[in-house]
Design a protein around this ligand. Sequence first.
Ligand code: UDP
Length: 407
Amino acid sequence: MITLSEYAPIVGQEVIDQLERLAEGLGPARFVHVNSTYTGGGVAEILHRAVPLLNQLGLETAWHVIEGDPFFFETTKSMHNGLQGFKVELTRKMWEHYLEVNRANARKFDWEADFVLIHDPQPAFLINELRPRAAHWIWRCHIDVSRPHLPVWRLLRDIVNQYDSSVFSMPQFAQNLPHPQYIIHPSIDPLSDKNRELTDAEIQGVLNRLGIEKDKPIIIQVSRFDSFKDPLGVIQAFRMVRRHTPCQLILAGGRATDDPEGDRILAEVQEAAAGEPDIHILMLPPDAHYEINALQRASDIIVQKSTREGFGLTVTEAMWKGKPVIGGAVGGIVIQLQDYQTGFLVHSPEGCAFRIRYLLHRPEMARRMGQLAKEFVRNHFLITRHLRDYLTLLTIVRSPEGRVFEF
Ligand code: UDP
């Protein structure tokens, strides 16, 4: 198990001391997280790392996952798409089923807590059934709700209104709600298999196993096969670059158990890449953290051409590896990539192709951009900062009005 003190060489001992002080000030507390999958996607990625560390800090922290059938996950994926702006229709049958699956899960849960943090819309209705089980209910929204399809948001809002507070990843996602809203950026763990340093031999070993030769520059996008991640736009951009400059593209992705659309999008991607030997589509198992780490480190440019994005942990992971990143100018990506400094923001496949070519021809600039990116992540998006935000949030929501805080 990784201990908190192992982060000191990366973030400084004073950061660890502050976490311990905050945890001590908060006192004994039970903290429950609920989401809808153990594997796949950024939420599970964060919880796997944050839950053990919060326990180390003395907070009794548990993580529960709701169960659902395929119709439930089709419904919640439609909700997700609607909240990110697609004009989806949620039928009465879908909505009733969503509520019923939440009720069924509520009957199985036997926890009690001081604080419960419900991640995203899938388990949001639990509050309706389990309210007395926790003193404070927080809804944590990880998705890009800057321009939601209103009929979907209105349905969810009636549930979210019941919460004591909510947390969004950036101010642009905040909503008109009757309770306090907090902004907390997600984070990555620099000591996880996904992000820890690797030797050249380890990286080469993964490339050999996956059949990738490093004979031309590598451009990669790591993402679930999801239309908001725009893999087809990445292929389009790559084909434009390839006309002039030799390079290869890796699209690496896997399945999330709460995302039923992956296979359809993957089939579209395979069709779009057909006949192009320099496009490698890698379907990776959910625990391929080490392989993704190696692939990111082996790459020359990392792309995240999303059209909507809650935050984009793949961007953070790439920046931490000192890579130049080109990202869609949406959602949380814009907090991470500052044009010409920590990365490039783009608005179209053409823009993406232009920036790929630009960086391929300017290796020194790519290197400097990667260095700046890494320091930016060190200062803002590592898990220690995230733990600090959670401890601060819990301290605030537990305190009587009028208290003066000193952190
Ligand atoms: N990821 C993974 N395997 C995959 C695709 C993604 O482990 O095949 C990881 C990726 O490295 C990142 C997370 O899943 O840590 C995705 O988080 P992000 O915020 O980028 O997107 P989300 O999937 O949550 O929309």
